[in-house]
Design a protein around this ligand. Sequence first.
Ligand SMILES: [Ca+2]
Ligand SMILES: [Ca+2]
Ligand SMILES: [Ca+2]
Length: 230
Amino acid sequence: MKRSVLFAVVVGLAILTSMSAGANVIYDNGGPNLGGAFISDAAEGWEQADDFTLLPGETTITDVHWWGIYIFGNSPMTDTFTVRIFGNNAGILHDYPQEAPLYEFSGISGNRADTGSNITAAVPSGGTVNFDVYSYWADIAPVTLAANTRYWISIQNDTTNDSDDSWLWATSLTSGGNEYYRGTGGSWNTILSEDLAFNLTGSVVPEPASMTLLGIGIAGLVLRMRRKSS
Ligand SMILES: [Ca+2]
Ligand SMILES: [Ca+2]
Ligand SMILES: [Ca+2]
């Protein structure tokens, strides 16, 4: 009987460990709407930012997922992304990002995959061209932020090594947004009513309620084992 209880406790601990280690989407700003994209490229001197808030128990970001395109060559080379997280300035009319980031992760080559979808855009030479929409994902050193608090994230590529392309962050399926842009390092002084395609994943701490349920589950398991062994 003692062995059964020990087994049940071990199983319980294994379940707890897998629950706390699971990476879930903790903020979803939507995938690409294939309607447009905004330049966010250090080689061109532009940076885009969009806002997010995190729920209690889901405040540690471990990786970032986003979408974008390359114009006008549509022929990407190795990426060099910088991801920055900013605090919020509460404006009279609109909130906006603080000037200096709280966190900065630079030199990210990350992971890239062609989604098979396109954004169609007019080109300077006339007519329209399809640009491949890529998805990206990258781990960052875990960042723990305050719950229910507005922050801003900027994702900026540097295509200095790619003479026929600039990088643009794809706009999101989420509507009624509030993204900001600025010249690199300058003030966030312009608001556009769009959202940018990204989501954040991180570890989710089980809420007390689900911990209690799990406790009841373990107790039930122990009872069943007692019955079996007796
Ligand atoms: Ca190129
Ligand atoms: Ca370039
Ligand atoms: Ca937004």
